[in-house]
Design a binder for this molecule. Structure first.
Ligand code: MN
Length: 269
């Protein structure tokens, strides 16, 4: 496309995003996943859940999708981020926590595993706010040295059902969770028991060093983890982004995350 000088000038006029400004909105990176869309045939597509990008915007941030770049290209994107949001999706390769793949694990998205492990480790080293949801909570735990149950029903035969997708709507309240008093989850949901959705067949087995379990279901499945001495490092096993319209408290988790991003980046609110 050809640009004349007039065109460039009018583009400048509408450019409001200045990375060096402390008046801008926090930029939240969401590592993308790979899907094979029916419409695209064998052509691979990178994607992010729409409700997650919407939740970030609703809470006052801007979401950008991070493709599985490597090396300097990935670092370049990372340096722009004020926060990292780790979303749900495919099972994490058990080799990431030094276990062999068992029968019920899969499919695996290796590019995404690699991308998220790197970003999570960098984010923790630099203490930028990180919010992990479902697989995202599991990713934080794995990146920090914890392990996962590869299949709840196989490895915890006494546990209740936690995998309700796609049979039930994403707003379906599958089970209650107990919330640790004084935790981030407690502070923002303002209760010690809440009903949540549940769309996972894996869960945390051993909690990573430095983390505390702050939410769990009655059958003992871990539903929330937090790390001390960080700006904001929270993981939840349920999907608050799917519940925003049915339980307004769920938005407050995103608002708290965005506020932490603003504070750590020195942005004006
Ligand atoms: Mn659950």
């Amino acid at each position: 496309m050809k640009h004349n000088s007039q065109g460039k000038r009018s583009l400048e006029k509408y450019r409001k995003y200045d990375i060096s400004s402390n008046k801008r909105l926090p930029l939240i990176g969401i590592p993308c996943q790979t899907i094979l869309s029916t419409g695209a045939g064998e052509l691979s597509i990178f994607s992010v859940y729409q409700n997650m990008a919407s939740a970030i915007a609703k809470a006052g941030g801007i979401a950008i999708m991070i493709p599985p770049y490597e090396g300097d290209k990935l670092k370049e994107i990372y340096y722009y981020l004020d926060g990292l949001l780790l979303d749900g999706g495919a099972d994490i390769n058990p080799q990431c926590y030094s276990e062999e793949i068992k029968l019920k694990t899969g499919p695996i998205d290796s590019k995404r595993d690699k991308l998220e492990l790197l970003l999570t480790k960098w984010g923790m080293e630099d203490n930028i706010p990180i919010f992990g949801i479902c697989r995202g909570m599991q990713m934080i735990n794995v990146a920090a040295g914890g392990t996962l149950l590869q299949d709840i029903s196989t490895e915890c035969p006494g546990a209740n059902r936690h995998a309700y997708h796609p049979e039930k709507p994403s707003t379906y309240l599958a089970h209650s969770i107990s919330i640790k008093p004084g935790s981030i989850i407690h502070k923002h949901l303002d209760c010690t028991e809440a009903w949540v959705n549940s769309m996972h067949h894996q869960a945390i087995k051993t909690v990573a060093p430095g983390f505390t379990c702050t939410g769990f279901s009655k059958d003992g499945i871990i539903e929330g983890i937090e790390a001390d001495n960080f700006n904001f490092l929270l993981g939840v096993q349920w999907h608050p982004e799917e519940m925003i319209n049915t339980d307004v408290r769920m938005l407050s988790l995103f608002t708290a995350f965005i506020e932490a991003c603003q504070a750590s980046a020195g942005l004006l609110t």
